[in-house]
Design a protein around this ligand. Structure first.
Ligand SMILES: Nc1ncnc2c1ncn2[C@@H]1O[C@H](COP(=O)(O)OP(=O)(O)OP(=O)(O)O)[C@@H](O)[C@H]1O
Ligand SMILES: [Mg+2]
Length: 259
C-alpha cells in the first residue's frame, strides 16, 4: 500500500466525488500519492473518470468527501481566490480541449500563467525574461518564431496542443497535468512531444500526471496506473451501497479498500 509521506507533492485520501444529478459516484479513491518528480501514466476506458480525477487533483472540482492536498495544502481549506492562486502558482494543466484563448497570440497564450502568478513569472524569468522563456519552450515544442504572433486559432490542432503544453510548463509548476495531450499528433510528433515534456519536467523536478489511451506510451513513465485499480466506485462487483439505516438518501459510506 502506498503511504502518504511528508515529502509527497500530491496526496489523496478517502476522496469521494459524484457529479450533481448523477445517482452513482464517479470517483472513490482511498489513497494515492505523487512525489515530486514522479511521472505517472493514467489510463482507463472513456467515461471512467480520468478527466474528473485530474480536475480534483488541480482543485478545479471539489470532492464531496475526503482530502486532496497539493504541497500540503488541502484544496478544500482555500477560498475561491486563494484556490485559483495556489493552482496557477503550482499546477500546469494541458486540457483535453487545450483551452487556448483563440484571438490571443501564440506567445501571449503561453505567457498567460505569468500574468496571474508572480511566482511563475519569476521562475520563467530566472534566466532572462519570461517572453524569451516562452519562445524557447515553444521552439522546443517545434513552434517556430514565425508563429509566435499568430492568433492561436490560426494554428492546426496539433500545433495548438503543443502551445498548450508550453503554457503548462512555463514558470516550472511543481505539478504538470496532461489530459490526452497527444491525441492530435502523428507518431513522430507524438514521440518528440513526449521527449520534450518528460525532459522539461525532469529538468525542474515537476511531477507529471499524463492521461492517454495510447498504451504504447506507458513504458516512458515511472508509474502506470489504471484508474479502475484505484477507483473503488468503478468496481463492477460492487453494487451501490444502500442508504444508512434511518438516513434515507444518505451517501454511500466509505469502503475500506486501499489503492
Ligand atoms: N460536467 C459534467 N457534468 C456531469 N457529468 C459529467 C461532467 N463531466 C463528466 N461527467 C461524467 O463523469 C463521467 C466521467 O467523465 P470523464 O470526462 O471524467 O471521463 P474520462 O475517463 O476522462 O473519459 P474520456 O477518456 O472520454 O475523456 C462520465 O460518466 C461523464 O458523463
Ligand atoms: Mg477525459
Amino acid at each position: 500500500m502506498e503511504q502518504v509521506g511528508d515529502r509527497d507533492l500530491l496526496e489523496i485520501e478517502a476522496l469521494r466525488f459524484g457529479w450533481p444529478g448523477s445517482a452513482s459516484q464517479c470517483i472513490a479513491i482511498d489513497r494515492l500519492s505523487i512525489a515530486p518528480g514522479d511521472t505517472l501514466f493514467l489510463h482507463g476506458p472513456s467515461g471512467s473518470g480520468k478527466s474528473t480525477l485530474l480536475s480534483l487533483m488541480a482543485g478545479v472540482l471539489a470532492g464531496d468527501e475526503g482530502h486532496v492536498r497539493l504541497l500540503g495544502q488541502d484544496w478544500k481549506a482555500l477560498g475561491d481566490a486563494a484556490r485559483d492562486r495556489h493552482r496557477v502558482d503550482h499546477v500546469g494543466y494541458i486540457f483535453q480541449q487545450f483551452n487556448l484563448l483563440p484571438y490571443l497570440s501564440v506567445i501571449d497564450n503561453v505567457l498567460l500563467p505569468c500574468g496571474f502568478s508572480k511566482l511563475r513569472k519569476l521562475r520563467a524569468a530566472s534566466s532572462g525574461d519570461a517572453s524569451s522563456a516562452a519562445a524557447s519552450l515553444l521552439d522546443r515544442m517545434g513552434i517556430g518564431a514565425a508563429l509566435l504572433r499568430q492568433p492561436a486559432m490560426r494554428l492546426s490542432v496539433g500545433q495548438q496542443q503543443r502551445v498548450a503544453a508550453a503554457r503548462a510548463l512555463i514558470g516550472r509548476p511543481e505539478l504538470v497535468i496532461a489530459d490526452e495531450p497527444t491525441s492530435a499528433l502523428d507518431h513522430e510528433l507524438r514521440d518528440a512531444f513526449l521527449d520534450v515534456l518528460l525532459e522539461a519536467c525532469g529538468e525542474h523536478r515537476s511531477a507529471l500526471v499524463f492521461v492517454s489511451h495510447d498504451r504504447q506510451l506507458a513504458g516512458r513513465f515511472q508509474r502506470q496506473l489504471s484508474l479502475a485499480e484505484i477507483n473503488v466506485s468503478a468496481s463492477p462487483s460492487a453494487p451501490p451501497a444502500p442508504p444508512a439505516p434511518g438516513e434515507p438518501g444518505e451517501r454511500a459510506p466509505h469502503r475500506a479498500a486501499a489503492a
